[in-house]
Design a protein around this ligand. Structure first.
Ligand SMILES: Nc1ncnc2c1ncn2[C@@H]1O[C@H](COP(=O)(O)OP(=O)(O)OP(=O)(O)O)[C@@H](O)[C@H]1O
Length: 568
C-alpha cells in the first residue's frame, strides 16, 4: 500500500479572489444550477458585488439544500435504502454491490469502519483508498474509496456509493455530514444502510431530487432473546458477556468487580480511547485464545465494531447526556442490545438482560417498540454560502458572521441546523488571529472539543503559529516532556486529550495544506500515547504488565524527545 499525503486542490478564481475549496462544493456549478450561469467559473461568475446590487440573493435561505449539489442533481440516482435491526446484514449486502461496481465510495461514521471496509475491499482484490480526517492511504489503480462521512467527495462521479448508519443525519452535531453525503454524492447507485425510522424522511427529502428510491427491509439473521432473569450477582458473568455502562468511572469499577471474582479478565471499550487502543481491546476480546473473555464497554460498541458478544448486560438504563440523567431511548437500547449474537460468530442466538431486576421492564418494552420516526436531517451552511454572506458584511469577524447566519437562516420542515456551540466557541478564539475565512471555517469544523482544556489550548496554539508562520512543525509547539505513564484517572484523561490534540494537528494540517511534514512524528507520539494508555489499562486491572519495556517503535527514535526515548 502506497501512502501519499497530497491531495489535488481545487483552486477557483472567483471575482478576482482565489478560493481554495478543498472538498467543498464547486461554486461555479452551484451557480450554474441555481441561477443558470453558464461557462467556467473564471469567465462567467460575476464578482460578488454585482450580484449584491442586482440579484438580491438571500444566502441564508437554506430551504433547498439539494440545489447545492448540481453534480448529483444531473444524475438520475437509483437509491436503495437497506433498513432493519443491527446485525441483519444491511451493510453486508450494500458492500457486496460496492465490491462489484466499477468505481465507488463507502462513507462510514467511524474511522474504524472505514479501515475495516478498505481492508475488506483490498483483500477481495478491489483496490481501495482510505481517507479519513487523519489518514490518507492511496492504493495504486484504486477506483474505490473508504472514507469517514465528513471526507465524502461531492465533486466526483461514482458508479456506486454506500452511506452507513444513515439515521445519523438526525445527529445534533454530525448530522449535516450525512445530509451532505445523501444529497451530494454523485453516484449511479446509492446504498443507504440504517434504522427503519429513517424511511419516510429519506423518501420525502429525495422527492425533489428526481432520484428513484427502493426500500429493502431486513430481518435479524440470528434471534435476539431478551432474558426474563437479571444477572443479579457478578458471579453469574460468563465468557463472551458484554457489560454496558455509560461513564468511564463505572467501566473501571465494573472491570475491577468482575476481575476480583478471579474467573475472568475484562477488555474495555469506550469512546475516548484512541482508536488503535480500542481496536486492540476489541481484538483481545474477540480472540478465543485470549484470557480477556469479558467486555466492559460504553455505548461506543453500538456502532459497527464487529464483536463476538453472546450476551449484552445493561448495568443501568440511565445515561447522563451532558445536561441531565435520562432513561435510554428506544433506538439506543435496540442499537446496543442488537450487538449480541453476530451472524458468523459461534453463537446460535444473542441474549440481552440487565444487572438489576427493576430495569427489565424498560428493556423488554423498548425491544418490542418501533423506533420513533426520524423527523429532520441536520444541515450546516457550506463554506461557499458563508463566504458569499461574509462579502455582505466585510467588517464582521467569523463569529459574528456565523451568529448572524444562524439567526437569519431559513429552513424547510425536513431540516434543522446542527448544534453550532462548538463552532461558535472555536470562532470566538480563532477570530483573534489574522486568518482567511476558509482557514477559520476549517478550524471551526475541525474535530476539537473546546470544553476540554488541553484540546482547546492545542487548537489555539496551532492557530497562533499557523497565522504567523504557516504550517508549523509539530516540535515547535508540542512539548512531549509531560508524557508519562498515568497513575490516576485524571492523568489518563490528560493523556487521552494529548492523543486527541495530535489527531487534531494531523487533521488541521491535512485540511489546511494537504500535507503534513511531521506526520511521522505525530504517529510515533500517538503510538506512545496509546501504549501508555494500554499500560494504564493493565495496571488498573491489577494485571502484571507483560514487560517493563515497551516494544520498539517502527519510526526512528531520533525523532523523539529524550523524555520519550526512555520508554523505548
Ligand atoms: N449473507 C451473509 N453471509 C455472510 N455473512 C453475513 C451475511 N450477512 C451478514 N453477514 C455478516 O453478519 C455480520 C452483521 O452484518 P452487517 O454488518 O451487514 O449487519 P448490519 O445490519 O449492517 O448491522 P449494523 O446495523 O450493526 O451495522 C457481519 O459480520 C457480516 O459480515
Amino acid at each position: 500500500m502506497m501512502a501519499s499525503y497530497f491531495l489535488r486542490r481545487k483552486i477557483l478564481n472567483c471575482g478576482g479572489s482565489r478560493i481554495l475549496l478543498g472538498n467543498e462544493e464547486p461554486l461555479h456549478l452551484y451557480f450554474q444550477f441555481k441561477f443558470g450561469c453558464l461557462g467556467t467559473a473564471s469567465d462567467k461568475i460575476r464578482p460578488y458585488s454585482s450580484f449584491n446590487s442586482s440579484a438580491k440573493i438571500n444566502f441564508t435561505d437554506l430551504t433547498c439544500p439539494h440545489t447545492w449539489y448540481p453534480q448529483a442533481r444531473r444524475k438520475h440516482r437509483k437509491v436503495f435504502l437497506h433498513v432493519g435491526p443491527t446485525n441483519s446484514g444491511k451493510t453486508y449486502h450494500a458492500l457486496k454491490r460496492l465490491e462489484s461496481s466499477s468505481s465507488g465510495v463507502y462513507c462510514g461514521p467511524l474511522r474504524l469502519l472505514a479501515w475495516e471496509v478498505a481492508e475488506r475491499l483490498n483483500k477481495a482484490k478491489v483496490p481501495c483508498d482510505l481517507l479519513t480526517g487523519q489518514e490518507r492511504e492511496e492504493v495504486e489503480g484504486a477506483k474505490h474509496k473508504a472514507v469517514t462521512v465528513e471526507m465524502a467527495d461531492v465533486a466526483s462521479n461514482y458508479s456506486c456509493a454506500v452511506i452507513d448508519e444513515i439515521q445519523m443525519m438526525g445527529c445534533n452535531t454530525r448530522g449535516y455530514s450525512f445530509t451532505r453525503a445523501l444529497l451530494g454524492i454523485a453516484a449511479d447507485e446509492l446504498h443507504l444502510c440504517g434504522d427503519p425510522a429513517v424511511v419516510p424522511l429519506v423518501q420525502d427529502i429525495l422527492r425533489v431530487t428526481g432520484d428513484e428510491v427502493e426500500v429493502q427491509f431486513y430481518e435479524r439473521k440470528l434471534p435476539l432473546v431478551p432474558l426474563k432473569v437479571p444477572l443479579g450477582s457478578f458471579s453469574n458473568v460468563r465468557k463472551s458477556d458484554c457489560i454496558v455502562t455509560f461513564s468511564r468511572r463505572e467501566i473501571y469499577k465494573l472491570k475491577k468487580q468482575i476481575e476480583n471474582g478471579g474467573k475472568h479478565l475484562c477488555s474495555v471499550v469506550y469512546g475516548s480511547l484512541p482508536p488503535e487502543t480500542r481496536t486492540k481491546q476489541a481484538t483481545m476480546f474477540n480472540d478465543a485464545g485470549s484470557d480477556f473473555d469479558v467486555l466492559v464497554a460504553s455505548d461506543a460498541i453500538g456502532m459497527g465494531l464487529n464483536l463476538n458478544i453472546s450476551r449484552i448486560i445493561f448495568s443501568t438504563m440511565k445515561k447522563f447526556d451532558g445536561v441531565l440523567m435520562r432513561d435510554l431511548t428506544v433506538p439506543e437500547i435496540k442499537q446496543i442490545a442488537g450487538r449480541a449474537g453476530r451472524y458468523g460468530s459461534k453463537f446460535p442466538r444473542g441474549e440481552v438482560t440487565c444487572i438489576h431486576e427493576d430495569d427489565l421492564p424498560l428493556l423488554h418494552s423498548s425491544l418490542n417498540s418501533p423506533s420513533p420516526t426520524l423527523e429532520r436531517a441536520g444541515l450546516l451552511p457550506t463554506f461557499d454560502l458563508m463566504y458569499m454572506y461574509s462579502r455582505l458584511h466585510p467588517k464582521k469577524g467569523f463569529y459574528q458572521i456565523l451568529e448572524h447566519f444562524l439567526d437569519n437562516a431559513k429552513l424547510s420542515a425536513n431540516y434543522f441546523i446542527v448544534n453550532c456551540e462548538q463552532l461558535l466557541k472555536t470562532a470566538s478564539v480563532i477570530d483573534e488571529f489574522p486568518l482567511g475565512l476558509r482557514e477559520k471555517y476549517l478550524f471551526c469544523i475541525s474535530p476539537v472539543d473546546m470544553d476540554d482544556e488541553i484540546s482547546s489550548q492545542g487548537l489555539t496554539q496551532f492557530a497562533e503559529h499557523y497565522a504567523k508562520k504557516g504550517l508549523v512543525r509539530l516540535r515547535e509547539i508540542f512539548t512531549p516532556g509531560t508524557l508519562k505513564v498515568p497513575k490516576t484517572q485524571s492523568e489518563l484523561k490528560e493523556l487521552e486529550s494529548i492523543h486527541k490534540v495530535l489527531d487534531l494537528y494531523v487533521w488541521l494540517s491535512f485540511r489546511l495544506e494537504d500535507s503534513f511534514p511531521d506526520r511521522e512524528l505525530a504517529s510515533s507520539q500517538k503510538a506512545i500515547c496509546s501504549m501508555l494508555i494500554e499500560e494504564f489499562l493493565e495496571r488498573f486491572g491489577w494485571q502484571k504488565p507483560k514487560s517493563r519495556r515497551f516494544p520498539v517503535l517502527k519510526t526512528s527514535s531520533s525523532l523523539l524527545s529524550p523524555e520519550l526515548r526512555q520508554y523505548l
